[in-house]
Design a protein around this ligand. Structure first.
Ligand SMILES: [Zn+2]
Ligand SMILES: [Zn+2]
Length: 226
């Protein structure tokens, strides 16, 4: 699998292009912004963009969907149904995060309503990109409709904002649920196997095993207060 990372948005989100080297078919995982840069990369490498695959609908993961859709109108846009409200509510999201309306423009956080979704992810479906096969696992907690994509044959998982190197996703935004997030990590991500490389929505890559053994939110070293 060819994996190219673009760090996007003021939130330093890891947007990725994932491509099948044999068929040149590709998806853009979580386009946070920088659509033109991403499209240039896709063109230079002669990839065929088949979809924008969204782990969840926070603005730092979907802020570039409109612009990329304008360049690739035939590419599917895939999201879990439980994040639909967040998706179409994109223009209001910065306000929920406490950013004053008058600062949106200066911060580059002024958004239109994004284009219609093509269809919803189904939990457990296998999504093929050329010879790559991603298993889609519904992993709520950070948001209600968060999913992770696991390429089990190649031993890689794209975890969005569920699990990070040394940390976990925040659960204090609307729809977040701490217990649910820990359950999702324990029931969906950890059983994939210690050797899987975890590519997260923010920060460095890690492995499932390293997080299982050392992440303070999983070892019990960190206890939620209150
Ligand atoms: Zn998020
Ligand atoms: Zn994020």
């Amino acid at each position: 699998m060819i994996i190219e990372t673009f760090i996007t948005s003021p939130f330093q989100q890891n947007t990725r292009v994932l491509a099948c080297p044999e068929t040149r078919r590709a998806v853009c995982l979580d386009p946070g912004d920088s659509a033109r840069k991403i499209a240039d990369y896709i063109r230079r490498n002669d990839f065929e963009l088949q979809a924008m695959t969204l782990t969840h609908a926070h603005l730092d993961h979907i802020g570039g969907v409109s612009d990329l859709h304008a360049i690739y109108p035939q590419a599917e846009i895939l999201l879990h149904k439980d994040d639909e409200e967040l998706y179409y509510g994109l223009p209001e999201q910065p306000l929920f995060m406490g950013i004053p309306r008058q600062q949106l423009k200066a911060l580059g956080l002024e958004y239109d309503v994004p284009p219609p979704l093509t269809r919803y992810w189904r939990d457990g479906e296998i999504y093929a990109v050329g010879n790559l096969n991603f298993k889609i696992l519904h992993s709520p907690g950070h948001t209600p409709g968060h999913i992770v994509l696991a390429e089990e044959q190649l031993r890689k998982v794209f975890g969005g904002d569920c699990l990070f190197a040394g940390s976990i996703g925040r659960t204090d935004l609307p729809g977040g649920d701490y217990e649910q997030l820990i359950n999702s990590i324990n029931e969906k991500i950890l059983p994939l196997g210690d050797d899987l490389i975890l590519y997260s929505g923010h920060g460095e890559n890690t492995t499932v095993g390293r997080e299982r053994q050392t992440n303070p939110f999983l070892t019990g070293a960190y206890q939620m207060s209150g």
